[in-house]
Write a protein of this length. Structure first.
Length: 213
């Protein structure tokens, strides 16, 4: 599973296009299967490297992708670098090392991939939103780490929540840049039951995320 920055969002963070201290930053909960840019997976070979089948995925060699929901061959879940891409398949190499990823069992079903290299705006994922995105409060950026108060989503109903994303809200989904992706949060996945969902950020040194050399 994965916790990562969207690459184009990270570039905006570095060049001043995103200022977490002053911009309106929001957290959205997503259902992986209905995210606009998610590509369905239909096979993950039990081989080295694992070869993913995902029709018309559109990925390029070197793209960084996150995969979740694969059953059977669970080594196919995580963050990877795309290699040996073809129209409907691509191989998994380890992030960041680039070594071939070995399978751990026969694929049975499921799985979706999201491209962290090319996915840029909230409008690329908002079809998968569950509940109402919430504005981050008490945002700090000390010691190169982003932190904020825990977030409560009230009276949530709908599809299973697999992912949390943080984005800068510009007022338009088409221009609101995505910054942070997380699907390894302790409370995920969760199926809403009409009650509240509290998203508690990491209280350790890395907080939500931390830039390191």
């Amino acid at each position: 599973m994965s916790k990562s920055l969207f690459l184009l969002g990270a570039q905006k963070l570095l060049n001043g296009g995103i200022d977490c201290d002053t911009d309106t930053m929001k957290l959205a909960l997503l259902n992986r299967a209905t995210v606009d840019v998610a590509k369905a997976i239909t096979n993950a070979t039990n081989a080295t490297p694992i070869v993913i089948t995902s029709n018309s995925h559109g990925y390029a060699n070197g793209d960084i992708v996150v995969i979740g929901g694969v059953l059977g061959n669970t080594a196919a879940n995580g963050k990877f670098i795309v290699a040996s891409q073809a129209a409907n398949t691509f191989a998994l190499t380890a992030y960041p090392g680039g070594t071939n990823v070995a399978g751990t069992g026969a694929y049975t079903s499921g799985g979706y991939a999201i491209n962290l290299t090319t996915t840029e705006f909230y409008g690329s994922v908002d079809a998968g939103v569950v509940g109402t995105p919430q504005t981050l409060a008490s945002v700090t950026t000390s010691n190169a780490a982003l932190d904020a108060a825990d977030v409560t989503f009230t009276a949530v109903s709908g599809a299973q929540v697999d992912i949390g994303v943080i984005y800068k809200d510009t007022g338009s989904a088409a221009t609101s840049p995505l910054l942070h992706y997380e699907d390894d949060y302790t409370g995920l996945p969760v199926t809403p039951n009409g009650g509240d969902i509290t998203y508690a950020f990491d209280s350790g040194v890395n907080k939500i995320f931390r830039l390191v050399i």
